[in-house]
Every structure is written in structure tokens, then in C-alpha cells.
Design a binder for this molecule. Sequence first.
Ligand code: GTP
Ligand code: MG
Length: 200
Amino acid sequence: MKIYSAAFVKSAAQTVHYPEMPFPEIAFAGRSNVGKSSLINTLLNRKRLVKTSSTPGRTQLINFFLVNDAFSLVDLPGYGYAKVPASVKKKWGPMIETYLRNRTQLMGVVLIVDMRRDPGPDETRFIDWLHLYGISVIPVVTKADKLSRQKRHQRMSKIAPFFQHTDCLPIPFSAKSRIGREAVWEHIERLLPPAPEESS
Ligand code: GTP
Ligand code: MG
């Protein structure tokens, strides 16, 4: 994927505030602090377009980014053990669920897990839920740079069975070394409608 342009469009919590864009969308979901925002920055070759933080719970709204004036990448707040007030956390589940169920131009979800931990009940529930609603899932296993090559293989074999019902095999990735970037783009491109032929 060649990136010609990438821009932040809008943050939204409620449906009425979603940007009115006709473009297809790919959303990024996963436990808080797993590296969703860093993955989007790596895909777009940008260091700080999407705000990242070592404090879990950095992304608190649904953030829309327009790429190549053709499609959008959507950064979702993390689920799980975010160190955020319970009142905020309680709103996230419905916020994410409402987006995933109602956004008609949603083409699929990139689900991110940390290579160092086994996916848990949160992930299993989420995959089952996406399956139920017929939403395509691209599993990405990030922070690969934190493990040795041998350990990486071990962890990928252990993690793969959790994703047996998703649309493709989990992709090892690192925002630091950028491994897996091309593979993630390939799978995203498969979910996007073909670009219109360039007129000559
Ligand atoms: P929330 O918005 O809080 O849900 O987090 P997030 O999933 O968007 O994670 P974010 O991208 O902000 O990254 C969280 C922390 O992990 C930051 O300190 C990142 O620098 C770090 N991080 C993310 N991806 C990688 C990676 O591939 N390798 C390493 N070593 N660190 C990473
Ligand atoms: Mg984030």
C-alpha cells in the first residue's frame, strides 16, 4: 500500500458524531495498551499521527483517520484492564459495540494481541461476537521485538489456535522493527473494495 495522504478526521463517542464519509473503514481493536495506536502509525509511516502512551487507556474516543482520500482507519478505545475511572470504562463497551454494529461501511476489524500473553476470555468473547455479526477479523500479534526469534515461534504456535475461526492466520508484528507491516496491509487491502480504475 502506498500512502499518499493520512489525516486525522474526528473523534467521536456517539453515532451522531461519526464523520459522514462514504469511504470504507477498517477498525483497530484490542486490550488497552496492546499497541493499537502504534500499529496505525506504523501502517501510515507516521510517528505521532495517532497518540500513543505507556499509560493504558490513552485512546478514550473513537478516532477516525482518512487515508489516500479513499478509506479510513479507525482507532478504538482498548477494552480490558485500563486504569481509567470505572465510569469511563463502563461507557467504552457500548461505545465500541454501537460502532461495530452500526457502521455500514465497516469492512473488518484488526484485532491486536500482545505476543507475550495468551489471549484470554476478553479476546475469545470479542472474536465470538464479531463472528456472530459477520465482521471479518485480521488477528495481529504485536510487540514481537520484545522476544527472541525462537521464543516468537513458540508464542505464535501457542496463540494461533485462539484465532482458528478468524479470516486469516495471526500476523506477527512489531511497531519497533516494523516486521509484519506489509502482511497487515495485504490483508487490509483484501477487505477493501477494489480502487476505481485510474482514468487515463
Ligand atoms: P490505549 O489507547 O491505551 O488502549 O493503548 P494502545 O493499544 O493504543 O497502545 P499504544 O499504541 O499507545 O502503545 C502502548 C505502549 O506500548 C506504548 O508505550 C508503545 O510505545 C508500546 N508499543 C506499542 N507497540 C509496540 C511494539 O511493537 N514494540 C514495543 N517494544 N513497544 C510497543
Ligand atoms: Mg491507543
